[in-house]
Design a protein around this ligand. Structure first.
Ligand SMILES: [Zn+2]
Ligand SMILES: [Zn+2]
Ligand SMILES: [Zn+2]
Length: 176
């Protein structure tokens, strides 16, 4: 288990964070997941592995791990958040499209050239205006995903219950 999270441990130790049992279990789960996981997702994954860590402990652990800069927090529209391990390296950098309806998170890293240029320009402007040294950014766009946009139930404002359940199921499976 320890070898899995070696790099992360080094980073934590350097900053004076202890490797608690809960942090270790959470790191292992996040290390295995290519997707963002919410506290509920983490809770279920821990349970599925036969261990038991309460949600309060998970909340506290992800908070510390985020502060330590080893995991990244993504705030969702429903006031919740999801987490992903930071592996380092630029290949990991991506932007988000968050669907306000099904809460699906779409990640993309196939940036359009114009997008990169505009962001660089934006960083320069903001950095000058606020005299802030920008090191990184997180970019999330919110709106409606392809399937929600096409859903007939959303064209009218009434959304049948069955459809809403189906969307929830889909968002759980496809959350990225
Ligand atoms: Zn970016
Ligand atoms: Zn959607
Ligand atoms: Zn992401």
């Amino acid at each position: 288990m320890i070898t899995d999270n070696k790099e992360v441990h080094k980073k934590l130790n350097k900053q004076g964070y202890r490797i608690t049992k809960a942090r270790e279990i959470i790191l292992t789960i996040l290390n295995k997941s290519p997707k963002h996981l919410s506290v509920d997702d983490i809770y279920l994954a821990i349970k599925a592995s036969g261990k038991n860590v309460g949600t309060t402990t998970i909340y506290r652990a992800v908070d510390s791990l985020t502060k330590a800069g080893v995991i990244r927090k993504l705030s969702l529209l429903n006031g919740r958040a999801s987490f992903k391990i930071i592996n380092g390296g630029m290949s990991e950098h991506h932007h988000h499209l968050i669907c306000r309806h099904c809460q699906k998170v779409i990640e993309y890293s196939d940036f359009i050239e114009d997008e990169i240029k505009l962001i660089k320009k934006l960083e320069t402007i903001v950095s000058k205006a606020h005299q802030f040294k920008i090191e990184d950014h997180q970019l999330s766009f919110t709106g409606l995903c392809k399937s929600c946009k096409a859903a007939p139930s959303l064209r009218g404002l009434i959304r049948p219950l069955a459809a809403s359940r189906a969307f929830k199921k889909e968002s759980f499976l496809e959350r990225g």
